[in-house]
Ligand binder design. Structure first.
Ligand SMILES: [Zn+2]
Length: 487
């Protein structure tokens, strides 16, 4: 009998441990199994409202689903909810139409919440403790044209005060109706932000928005701060030194600031850049994992143990990156030979159907630089700057060029092809290593906002090629470039 009751007590203790802590302390096995939950039909930044609607209809069998209203152009905006817990959490994504990373992560989260596997105890725990509310893709009109603002050309995240847009009204209405304890405001930021003044991308940036100009801190804001500290510690394991914090200047036009003032502990998450991840698929996984950890920490209240002061230790979001930085390059210009640095960035050009982008590589800075870095960097100290030559071929010969043949031409100093029998197209050229050019000679200019095309040679031998702002290291296997350019 005694034994039995001791067993009972320890079992109760064990169950209490589970319910008090969930399985929150270590969700790293979920990270390892993430691919089970990844929504495979969303693979890049360019999915549209129709893709989201198709998926939401599938999820409506599990979640409570309703439409909240329509965008300016009449696209429906949806609200999904699940769970019967006391703590209410509202998550919304893509109020900026071209910021799609977190929407993908929310669909991964939906798949996780609906799955039937070894995490059933965890998901039941989350749904018992929390009432979850999701508004994915708040700005479907912007998504359609892959642009930030809505169809009225208003920035929805500067419309929290006057609510001129239907999308902002929808968000405000659902927040007032649900009265969430926590809000997650999910965005993307420029990939050229760094974590502090460093070469590390700000892959994830957080903000606990201020609720007044004095940037005071109350218990509501402190809970947001503590959750960020929690998420930061989780993410450091996967992206060490690539988490930053956003400027907390108060702006009453922004939803995060306004909601914080409405007693909703609000957290801004910004997905930035990560090397070799142009579609932000790795960052999407980080989003999923950070959100899952945050929900678990809210459910088991473990975030309350976090030291809010550690928030200040997270480096600030800083603009100190270029896509490509060439250091100490010798250039001849206006008859003068001088040593300088070239900061080169890739300007996005949207495809006509808004389902993709190309890039134009331009020189964004020329001169002395200090405390700036590049996704790619070359120290050209012992190399010579050489303008690329133009190779004349027929259109047919150009069409038949293999990648190896293109690479051979680059090693011979060519960066451009001119068609001898017609005018070649202007703008982005896909699946190529060489640019097109309608002139027999390039001007070889290297100036601000000019196209970045040149070779870096060692004793006359090309070591690097910069083609449309992309770096090719010629001593290594060469990948096809995202796109070259026709001039
Ligand atoms: Zn945004």
């Amino acid at each position: 009998m005694k034994r039995c009751s001791r067993f009972k007590i320890s079992l109760i203790g064990f169950l209490f441990f589970i319910s008090a802590n969930g399985f929150a302390q270590d969700l790293s096995t979920v990270w390892k199994q993430y691919d089970k939950y990844r929504e495979l039909s969303l693979r890049d930044r360019f999915f549209k409202h129709a893709d989201v609607v198709r998926l939401l209809k599938q999820h409506a069998v599990f979640f409570k689903a309703e439409t909240l209203g329509k965008s300016v152009q009449g696209r429906e905006i949806y609200h999904l909810s699940a769970g019967n817990g006391k703590i209410k959490v509202l998550l919304w994504s893509q109020m900026h139409g071209d910021e799609t990373t977190a929407t993908r992560a929310l669909f991964d989260l939906f798949n996780f919440l609906r799955a039937d596997d070894e995490y059933n105890v965890l998901r039941k725990y989350l749904l018992d403790k929390l009432e979850l509310h999701f508004v994915p893709m708040l700005n479907p009109d912007g998504a359609e044209m892959f642009k930030r603002r809505n169809a009225m050309d208003i920035d929805i995240n500067r419309d929290a005060r006057i609510l001129a847009t239907p999308e902002a009204r929808i968000l405000m209405d659902i927040a007032k109706k649900v009265k969430p304890d926590f809000g997650f405001n999910l965005h993307d930021q420029n990939v050229l932000y760094s974590a502090g003044i460093s070469k590390n991308t700000a892959t994830i940036s957080f903000l606990d928005p201020a609720y007044n100009y004095a940037k005071e801190r109350n218990e509501v804001r402190k809970r947001a701060t503590q959750l960020i500290v929690k998420m930061n510690s989780v993410l450091q394991e996967y992206i060490p030194d690539r988490v930053a914090r956003y400027n907390d200047d108060y702006d009453p036009r922004c939803f995060g600031d306004t909601f914080q003032g409405m007693d909703i502990s609000t957290i801004l998450i910004e997905s930035g850049g990560y090397p070799e991840d142009p579609e932000k698929e790795y960052i999407r996984k980080l989003n999923f994992y950070a959100l899952l950890n945050a929900l678990n920490a809210i459910a088991n209240q473990s975030y309350l143990q976090e030291d809010a002061a550690l928030y200040e230790k997270i480096p600030e979001n800083n603009r100190s990156l270029y896509h490509l930085l060439i250091r100490n390059v010798k250039i001849k210009k206006e008859g003068r030979l001088f040593i300088t640095n070239l900061g080169i960035n890739h300007l996005q050009i949207k495809d006509q159907d808004y389902k993709g982008v190309s890039y134009q590589g331009l020189i964004d800075e020329l001169g002395d630089v200090e405390r700036v870095y590049g996704y790619d960097e070359v120290n050209a100290k012992d190399l010579d700057y050489v303008a690329g030559k133009v190779k004349v071929l027929t259109k047919k010969e150009w069409t038949a060029l293999t990648q190896d043949a293109e690479l051979k031409l680059i090693r011979e100093g060519y960066l451009f092809i001119k068609w001898s029998d017609g005018k070649s197209p202007l703008g982005p050229v896909k699946k190529r290593l060489l640019n097109l050019n309608n002139k027999s000679k390039t001007d070889g200019q290297t100036g601000l906002n000019q196209a970045a095309n040149f070779l870096l040679t060692n004793q006359g031998k090309p070591v690097y090629a910069v083609v449309n702002g992309f770096l090719l290291a010629l001593d290594r296997p060469v990948k096809v470039l995202h796109n070259t350019f026709g001039y």
